[in-house]
Write a protein that binds this ligand. Sequence first.
Ligand SMILES: NC(=O)c1ccc[n+]([C@@H]2O[C@H](COP(=O)([O-])OP(=O)(O)OC[C@H]3O[C@@H](n4cnc5c(N)ncnc54)[C@H](O)[C@@H]3O)[C@@H](O)[C@H]2O)c1
Length: 286
Amino acid sequence: MTDRLAQLSNHLAQPSDPTRLDGQVVLITGAAQGIGRATAELLASKGAKIAINDLDKERANAAVEALQKAGHEAFCYCGDVMDVKFPPRLIKAVLERFGRINVLVNSAGFLNDAAIHKMTEEKFDVVMKIHNYTPYRMIHALSGHWMDPANRAMTKTIINISSTSGLHGAMGQINYATAKAGIIGLTKTVAAEWGRYGVRCNTVAYGWIDTRMTKPPDPDEKVVIGGQQIMSGIPLNAKKWRDTSDIAVGRPGTVEDAAGVMLFLASPLSAYVTGTCVECTGGRYM
Ligand SMILES: NC(=O)c1ccc[n+]([C@@H]2O[C@H](COP(=O)([O-])OP(=O)(O)OC[C@H]3O[C@@H](n4cnc5c(N)ncnc54)[C@H](O)[C@@H]3O)[C@@H](O)[C@H]2O)c1
């Protein structure tokens, strides 16, 4: 057997693992808990270096400590990602620490529900800001780094988060449903404009994933944005939403279920997938 053939047969016998992310730098907003944190843990276990952002410093630090204890490289840069001046600062901090960014996951978010007749400008506005303006500003802040011809060959992937509310509408969520539909158009536009720079951009529309956001409201669990106190949680009496009979697999999703899709979209397994919205819903609203 020639050297070349020997090399080839060796390569075929031991294919590299397409789920590995060794040396890749992943930045996740809202990663102190929930879907963002589970994604940080899974992607770190595949070799990625992790930069965490969140408003909640205590939980963000705990998430970073757990990653470091497990032998992974991680740090957090806390702050309100909705602040218009914050995204460029966050990108700069990650570049100073790790030298590059390969994957951006825009996960920071919250609900601020009200029936249409009770919705206020303030509640509508803050939800549009976190789920549309903020991902746009994060992506805009990456332009310089990702347009740089020196980074042409580097892996560059964005994952945004939509929801069944954005795909199908949802009672009490006129603000959230509007924003989560909007993020799909944003995603497709980034995929169309930046494909030529080697950037892939996708959205995941989750159904019911069991996190603080979907547990029954707890007075201690809230985000405070510009003086607005925004409670987390979905009331227990949201009967239609809490009924699992229309979920094909018959249960809410776990954060691990949610993170699995993130790994697929961050890894070379999805090298030819861009501009799409993957539904991770357990088969709800088929
Ligand atoms: N859980 C679900 O069923 C579900 C379904 C569809 C979509 N989503 C989306 O998934 C994403 C993550 O939600 P989750 O369920 O993990 O919620 P979560 O409440 O567990 O985590 C969200 C995190 O975002 C952080 N955050 C909020 N505003 C921030 C800001 N301005 N700056 C920095 N950090 C901020 C919070 O502090 C929190 O740690 C959100 O975009 C949400 O809309 C969730």
